[in-house]
Design a protein around this ligand. Sequence first.
Ligand code: UDP
Length: 330
Amino acid sequence: MILVTGGAGYIGSHTIKELLRDGREVVALDNLSAGHRELVLCREFVHGDLADGDLLRHTFRRYPIEAVIHFAAHTSVPESVADPGKYYRNNVGCTLTLVEAMVEAGVRTIVFSSSAAVYGDPVKIPIPEDHPTDPKNPYGRTKLVVEGILRDYAVAHGLRHVSLRYFNAAGSDPDGEIGECHDPETHLIPIVLEVALGVRREVQIFGTDYDTPDGTAIRDYIHVTDLARAHVLALRAVEEGRAEAAYNLGTGRGHTVREVVECCRRVTGREIPAVDAPRRPGDPAALVADPSRAERDLGWEPRFTALDPIVETAWKWMTRRSRPNPGSPR
Ligand code: UDP
């Protein structure tokens, strides 16, 4: 059985769906501070916090857990700048509690949800895994510290581990069963689609003077189901002892903010007002993955390689979710 921490979150819930599809048994653990119970598709669910060592020990005794996929973390860059203690306590402190409980229970396999934020401002594009790591904010630093903890526990306790460095997770389950729900929403694609839905008046384009073809920032948008599938493959590779320490997960293609807004106009057929705004502090001009290591070692290849189909899945989820339930009171 696989323990998925943060299993009620965006990427965690999609990964559970792929694990179940792969025939794995899954138990999800989530404190529901940001996650949603209804996104969890596996039967076994533990409502609780990773800071609670007793709960973890109990969970490892109760279920026959062979491996952990660890998503649970705070994920907002600006919040991490304003309140770094919250991020170090949760993202680093709770991970330490988790790996200690794993070692105590004899569970020695972990897939860790890392981030392209560990690289900071890239010195070259696309970014390979051996690119220097120099995070620009506490969020990225917590991810890099945890990668280091896993390496140290591998030496001391034989922990088998892999860190997956995500670029920009986007889209929703193509079946429309689960999807992205952040509150507040900070990510570009759902924000633009909220404008299309009429929930927001306009989208602000953060920075129009970058050294890019149209002056707006470039990101590598990777579909969440492709990310989820990479976890299933990475888990297998760690179990078989053939995984490297870290893999980039991205498509290797970059899109500017203006291209994303244009794509959302195309997909939704709506106008979507956009206004130019100052740069968001700490944003690099361009982040694009070199995903060749994951392709080579994990046999992973993104199925969503173009932006339109990614946005279509996000739009399908958002329009479905915004429709009132016929049985529910108005
Ligand atoms: N962005 C924007 N307007 C918004 C939200 C995001 O222009 O309302 C830009 C942001 O500055 C970045 C890109 O869109 O260049 C992707 O931002 P997001 O927050 O989705 O992901 P990040 O790259 O920060 O992880």
